[in-house]
Design a protein around this ligand. Structure first.
Ligand code: GTP
Length: 591
């Protein structure tokens, strides 16, 4: 059948270009919000960490009715790709909306996701947003978008993308800049016209690829995917084919479709529908749900291996409970197990009754979980990140990542330098506009602590992604430069945590109340100054020292003054004293 009543699209946008506002506006105008329903301020990003970090991590579904059609909009992660999430989303849709700010133009961060969409052969609509702004320069922005598509090897067909100019904030969209418009209809129409509708054989055996996993405390694990073939009915018997080919008989206990921002129970669904199902034990990404009489798997989905681990420990000191309400081993275990249900690239190992090893796709992947949990009220201690090694007959193997970076041209040499110090080997180098695109193979180890340094070096303009490449022979020691560590100066009890995690510039390895001993590394930052500032801001540990390389220390002016809290920086071979005055100064600048 031809599902002319459905469009499945993904939305790609850089932080702050107006994605949330646009989806809000489409929902408003589609009449989803009835009189007394309160419009949530931020529709797409319900996760507050995502908001703060400006990256969307979880794919969300929103479903909007336009006339008699249903437009399913799937949010894409604008930034990191943990275990092939972007590819999975692209499998569910027939087209994408590329949302671009009319002043800033396309940003390098969206390149990666757009590339995956184009490689998949998807059609796109370019939405130039914020045209109400006086500084808007939509023509230039369109030129930049064209350059971007050329650099991504878009097909001729893809180069002829339709353009819609919009002011999501004021609720209008139009095809031509000089048109009058007071509504979003042109965008709705453009989606209906330009994005292909799903087609497939409704009578044939069911095929549904589980592309994302959600979790609900009442129904448990929920699998989301698009029906490629046939139809599905609530309560039906079906066959599940797992990624490794294992076949089991299952029952589709519950079936849901999407309505606005909600998941609603449904009775049946067919080709082209994006549905959620529950009631299947251990339902997983990459599983195909098929009809009993025609069990044929769809191309499955690769999920990258975890390469980094961190140990989460119960904080069992007398101070426990000061910073969070969930402190026991039971709390920690339940929470981590729940995380596994939807965080597909993550693994968990129980080390002892009160410590757990969390394995993930890199530091960022795990640190997002740490922050989420702390915000939810969990209190625990964590170890430093460690690389997951393998021992075989050939010797010690370590995980290698394929690292893609894009940096402003003037920062390229610094970045190349630093990555090679971290044992990265350059594979490719290519200018794109005034950016430089670089590709490396690098031990996962080399990436630990690098992201923050990279962002500093590129003033936030750089983009960094990595995909798992494979295990290779261990490449020898890395001497990381330019970072400071926070070292306890005395044996005692830490008073608080969370010193300097802002913008990934640093991290702390311990929780409040945790015993520290002299010389123990309790945290680190790529910029040693952050350690000091934050320690003092919160009057945390007295007597801590930060040590780091000369580069990191250059940032700290050596001034002398006496104070009750003594903080010292130790460089590779020099000692610099930091004073309340210099701290106050810096605090002012940062505040
Ligand atoms: P993240 O959730 O951080 O990824 O951002 P986003 O892309 O969802 O952007 P959001 O919708 O939060 O908009 C960012 C800012 O731009 C907000 O302050 C909006 O009010 C503003 N904004 C969005 N659309 C428009 C527009 O059409 N015109 C103007 N002038 N401002 C807009």
């Amino acid at each position: 059948i031809e599902r002319k009543d459905i469009r499945n699209i993904a939305i790609i946008a850089h932080v702050d270009h107006g994605k949330t506002t646009l989806v809000d506006q489409l929902l408003r105008q589609s009449g989803v919000f009835r009189e007394n329903e309160v419009l949530q301020e931020r529709v797409m990003d319900s996760n507050s960490i995502e908001k703060e970090r400006g990256i969307t991590i979880l794919a969300k579904n929103t479903s909007i009715m336009y006339k008699d059609a249903k437009i399913n909009i799937i949010d894409t992660p604008g930034h990191a790709d943990f275990g092939g999430e972007v590819e999975r989303i692209m499998k569910m849709v027939d087209g994408v909306l590329l949302l671009v700010d009319a002043k800033e133009g396309p940003m390098p961060q969206t390149r990666f996701v757009l590339k995956k969409a184009l490689q998949q052969g998807l059609k796109s609509i370019v939405v130039v947003n914020k045209i109400d702004r006086p500084e808007a320069s939509p023509h230039e922005v369109i030129d930049q978008v064209l350059d971007l598509y050329i650099s991504l090897d878009a097909s001729e067909d893809q180069m002829e993308f339709p353009i819609v100019y919009a002011s999501a904030k004021n609720g209008f969209a139009k095809y031509e800049l000089d048109e009058e418009s007071d509504n979003m209809i042109p965008l709705f129409e453009s989606i209906m016209e330009n994005i292909p509708y799903p087609t497939g054989d409704e009578e044939d055996g069911l095929q549904l690829l589980i592309s994302s996993i959600d979790y609900d405390k009442y129904t448990g694990r929920i699998g989301i995917g698009r029906i490629e073939r046939g139809s599905i009915t609530k309560g039906q018997q079906a066959v599940r084919i797992e990624r490794d080919g294992k076949i089991t008989q299952v029952k589709v206990a519950n079936l849901y479709t999407f309505d606005g921002l909600n998941r609603v129970e449904g009775q049946d669904a067919t080709v082209g529908d994006i549905v959620a199902i529950s009631g299947i034990e251990n339902l997983n990404i990459g599983d195909t749900i098929c009809s009993v009489d025609k069990p044929e798997a769809l191309d499955s989905i690769e999920i990258d291996e975890p390469t980094i681990s961190m140990t989460f420990m119960v904080n069992d000191s007398p101070f426990a409970g000061k910073e969070g309400k969930f402190v026991t081993s039971r709390h920690l275990k339940d929470r981590l197990e729940r995380e596994l249900l939807s965080n597909v690239a993550m693994r968990l190992e129980e080390i002892s009754t009160d410590s757990f090893r969390v394995l993930g796709r890199g530091e960022l992947h795990i640190s997002i979980l740490i922050e989420t949990m702390r915000r939810e009220g969990y209190e625990f201690a964590v170890s430093r990140p460690e690389v997951i090694m393998k021992r075989t007959e050939e010797g010690l193997l370590e995980p290698i990542e394929r690292l893609y970076v894009e940096v402003p041209e003037e920062n390229a040499s610094t970045v190349i330098d630093k990555i090679s110090q971290r044992k990265g080997e350059m594979q490719n180098m290519e200018p794109v506009g005034d950016m430089m695109k670089l590709e490396f193979l690098i031990p996962a180890r080399g990436l630990i602590g690098y992201r923050s340094e990279f962002l500093t070096d590129t003033k936030g303009y750089g983009v960094l992604h990595h995909l798992f490449e494979g295990f290779e022979k261990h490449k020898g020691e890395i001497k990381a430069r330019n970072r400071g560590s926070l070292v306890a100066h005395e044996t005692g009890t830490a008073v608080a945590y969370g010193l300097f995690n802002a913008q990934e510039r640093g991290r702390i390895f311990i929780g409040p109340g945790v015993e520290v001993y002299e010389g123990m590394v309790v945290g680190e930052s790529s910029r040693a100054e952050d350690i000091v500032v934050n320690v003092c801001k919160r009057k945390q540990m007295t007597n801590v020292r930060a040590s780091g390389s000369d580069d990191a220390l250059k940032l700290v002016p050596p001034v002398k003054l006496s104070l009750e809290q003594s903080l010292e920086f130790i460089g590779d071979d020099e000692l610099v004293e930091v004073t309340p005055q210099s701290i106050r100064l810096r605090k002012k600048i940062l505040d």
